[in-house]
Design a protein around this ligand. Structure first.
Ligand SMILES: *Cc1c(COP(=O)(O)O)cnc(C)c1O
Length: 446
């Protein structure tokens, strides 16, 4: 049962089928070009799209907008210390700001960074420092038929292979992304957090956790790893971060706010370096690009994120969407991860080859059939990677109800029934940077 009720609502509207077809064509068959007002259920991302609590809205009013040393900063720092166990906090405008501040302080040209899987902004910031970003996922991380409770894990074995090749002195940072966003939001076990920490220590590298979904990950550890079922979610959340030297955090995920983030570190010297970089790119180190009111909302959101039963309900809602889709014979990655359901469009549309973007066709048809917005994470978004043609349905936190999920599953079922009627798409125009093409490229149906 839900442990909250609605107190403020935002009207949404399902445009007519004709309108949806027209909108789709006008958007160049790219859902990023749709206006939010044209969308009925928006599952484009879970980033910054969630619903704040009444306590968070109340906290906004308390925001102290002092340039330096605001009360709001101290309340955020106390929350980060209590919930995550880090003493030095550097607020940033969002997660990638934290990546810039931290990796700009830790990396040099020619370095190598190892990560279970780099999230795209993390990879970009590593590369921006002249370093190489190498992924070390475990076997099966991208395999829909793979089984395992912790497919988000870091492969120490693969990482050792890389270190043997390039030399430990070139690897100053090891990162663990929890949950593993780029591997279908699959969780990382506590045993793997410890093993990764030991490995980092062994090669004398800093151990950083990308903590965007730390609360969801802690939930999976409690559910699936023996020895944690009797610990509180808050204790598990803290323990997994206790092995790290630093974290980067996007408040837009498990911070339960619409904007904001921070880097947090243990070493005072590293904190000093990061603060200098924060002044250059973000703002004075006690606000870092956030308004005082946003610092307040994040301070409250972090504490709410580890309160039962919030996370259990959130992860269960994602699982429910996965089950509804499975019952409708729509091929999904199972078990579902923490924040989204991934549909295998290559499997759904066997007649559409990867170069004709089966995932993007599914994105288009989910919108045309039901006004549902999703995102392609396959051959259209990652032109040079050998990835399955997945479409991600990300659930905003505390926002949609079961009826919305049923509508989404019903929409997907209709598309599946007509799967053999659809052809692929071709690109009509695209930006110069291929890596960014899925945000703005325009397509047309073949
Ligand atoms: C969202 C995200 C980021 C970047 O955070 P932003 O707030 O979008 O800048 C980094 N890592 C992971 C795993 C994320 O999900």
């Amino acid at each position: 049962m839900r442990s909250y009720k609605a107190k403020m609502v935002e009207p949404i509207r399902l445009p007519s089928r004709e309108e949806r077809s027209r909108n789709l064509a006008a958007a160049g068959y790219n859902a990023f070009n749709l206006d939010a007002a044209e969308v009925y259920v928006d599952l484009l991302t879970d980033s910054g799209t969630g619903t704040m609590s009444d306590a968070q809205w109340a906290a906004l009013v308390r925001g102290d907008e002092a340039y330096a040393g605001s009360k709001s900063f101290h309340r955020l720092a106390a929350a980060v210390d209590d919930v995550m166990g880090f003493e030095h906090v550097i607020p940033t405008h969002q997660g990638r700001g934290a990546e810039n501040v931290l990796y700009g302080s830790l990396l040099e040209e020619g370095d190598v960074v190892l990560n279970n899987t780099h999230f795209d902004t993390t990879r970009a910031h590593v590369v921006n420092q002249g370093a190489a970003a190498v992924d070390c996922p475990v076997e099966g991380a991208w395999d829909r038929s793979a089984e395992g409770d912790f497919l988000g894990n870091f492969s120490v074995e693969r990482a050792r292979g890389v270190v043997d090749e390039v030399g430990a002195e070139r690897v100053p940072v090891v990162v663990l992304t929890i949950t593993n966003n780029s591997a279908a939001g699959q969780p990382v076990s506590m045993a793997n957090v410890r093993a990764t920490a030991e490995f980092a220590e062994e090669i004398d590298a800093a151990f950083v956790i990308d903590a965007c979904r730390f609360a969801e990950n802690a939930h999976f550890i409690r559910e699936r790893e023996s020895g944690f079922e009797d610990r509180t979610l808050a204790a598990v959340a803290r323990e997994q971060l206790s092995y790290a030297d630093a974290v980067t955090m996007s408040g837009k995920k498990d911070g339960l706010v619409n904007i904001g983030g921070f880097a947090a570190v243990r070493d005072p010297d590293l904190a000093e370096l990061a603060k200098q970089r924060a002044i250059l790119y973000e703002g004075f180190p006690t606000y870092g690009g956030m308004a005082g009111r946003d610092l307040e909302a994040l301070a409250v959101g972090l504490r709410e994120a580890v309160e039962p039963p919030y996370v259990a309900e959130r992860v269960e809602q994602v699982a429910t969407l996965g089950e509804l889709l499975s019952e409708a014979d729509v091929p999904v990655v199972a078990p579902t991860g923490g924040h989204a359901v991934y549909v295998d469009a290559g499997d759904l549309f066997p007649g559409i080859p990867p170069e004709e973007f089966p995932g993007q066709r599914l994105v288009c048809e989910l919108y045309r059939e039901g006004g549902v917005r999703t995102v392609e994470l396959g051959s259209f978004a990652f032109p040079d990677a050998d990835r399955p043609d997945y479409v991600r349905l990300a659930l905003p936190r505390r926002t949609y109800w079961r009826e919305h999920l049923e509508h989404v599953a019903g929409t997907a079922a209709t598309v599946r029934e007509r799967a053999d009627e659809y052809a692929g798409l071709e690109i009509v125009s695209e930006p110069p940077m291929k890596e960014l093409r899925h945000f703005t490229a325009e397509l047309r149906p073949l």
